[in-house]
Design a protein around this ligand. Structure first.
Ligand code: SF4
Length: 364
């Protein structure tokens, strides 16, 4: 079986090459080709002998999947299907939004599982259940097609064509924590892609024991929690995971994370008509946000075919936001975005946009 190239450290690669009879310095050349020049096929590595290219092809996996279908929407949200080597599909989304300087900021959203076991009632991805975890190589492979060539002065450089990464595609990231952390390490490690930790957000539906674990570990990334209900009664109605990790435990885990990590958590809250959009829901949400010191991201629900839920009306959303404003909660109310794209992970495109745009109606 081939080794996942991206999980090898420079030292491990060097040892493997030496074992196979190659010079030690070749590991540095290979690392430069992949992580500096962003060339992901040994065939195209510069200054590498043919024999080593062949060895790398035979012994290392450089891509655990490929993009097969891209689907655009009028608001610059692009959804891609990604085919894994066993023929299963996951998806990633590239969202473009204007930034403060008049440019365009792009956020890539990646998946961590095929299917999902959490069964959130509003979600398209969760409807068909769980198939398997992605390996760290399969998570990394979703970044690789998004590398573009850029001219810098007289030279060309290959750079990532996204500025932020959010882990909120298909699956629950914190039910595949080891592989997720290994993949993020490849992206973030200074000897690999050196992509800034603050530009990476992991979104969970509330796996409290994993949040407790990352609160104690070296976890330099941002955390978002899909709350969607501010009482156990409401949350249990739409998120079965609440039976295992009720709000008391989830909020305590989030507090521990905020205390150890020092970064503001985002609470995602999809507004669903008649389910979680009353002024009393807003007051309960304000209490939780206050306790954790979190930012709240309010998202108008995108109806999913075959599911009974409806979007909360505009007036009700505004009233809900008004309560948060009164309670001095930092919040953002999303505009509808990406609604032409089939929903995955509930509100994938919309939730992705929260990490990619500054449009808001109020935050104290
Ligand atoms: S919303 Fe996310 S966690 Fe919930 S079922 Fe869908 S994919 Fe799983």
């Amino acid at each position: 079986m081939k080794a996942d190239f991206y999980s090898l450290s420079r030292r491990e690669l060097s040892a493997a090459l030496e074992n196979a009879g190659f010079e030690k310095f070749r590991a540095g050349q290979v690392f430069d080709a992949v992580y500096k020049n962003k060339i992901f096929s040994p065939r195209n590595f510069p200054s590498i002998p043919e024999k080593l290219k062949l060895w790398l092809e035979q012994n290392c996996e450089f891509s655990a999947g490929r993009l097969v279908v891209g689907k655009g929407a009028s608001d610059d949200t692009k959804k891609f299907l990604f085919e894994l080597n066993d023929g299963k599909f996951v998806e990633c989304v590239l969202l473009e939004a204007p930034d403060d300087g008049g440019g365009v900021r792009k956020t890539l959203c990646v998946s961590t599982q095929v299917g999902c076991a959490c069964g959130c009632r509003f979600c398209a991805s969760g409807k068909n259940g769980f198939f398997r975890n992605l390996t760290s190589g399969e998570i990394v492979a979703q970044f690789l097609p998004f590398v573009k060539e850029e001219r810098r002065g007289s030279k060309k450089a290959r750079v990532f064509s996204f500025e932020n990464v959010v882990v909120m595609g298909m699956g629950e990231p914190l039910m595949n924590t080891d592989n997720l952390l290994a993949a993020l390490d490849v992206l973030n490690s200074p000897e690999k892609f050196a992509f800034g930790a603050r530009r990476i957000t992991v979104s969970t539906c509330g796996i409290a024991d994993s949040i407790e674990r990352i609160a104690k570990a070296d976890f330099p990334y941002r955390l978002a929690i899909s709350l969607h209900g501010a009482t156990n009664e409401t949350r249990s109605r739409i998120m079965p995971i609440n039976a295992k990790f009720p709000l008391e435990r989830l909020v305590a885990a989030a507090e521990a994370f905020a205390a150890s990590n020092g970064r503001m958590i985002t609470l995602e809250y999809i507004l669903i008509k008649g389910v979680n959009d009353s002024p009393s829901d807003a007051r309960e949400l304000a209490k939780i946000a206050g306790r954790i010191g979190a930012h709240v991201n309010l998202i108008p629900y995108n109806p999913v075919e075959g599911l009974p839920w409806e979007r909360s009306p505009a007036r009700r959303r505004a009233d809900f936001a008004e309560v948060l404003k009164r309670e001095r909660v930092s919040f953002t109310l999303r505009r509808e975005k990406g609604s032409e794209i089939d929903a995955a992970c509930g509100q994938l495109a919309l939730r992705t946009s929260a990490y990619n745009s500054d449009s808001s109606i109020g935050a104290p």
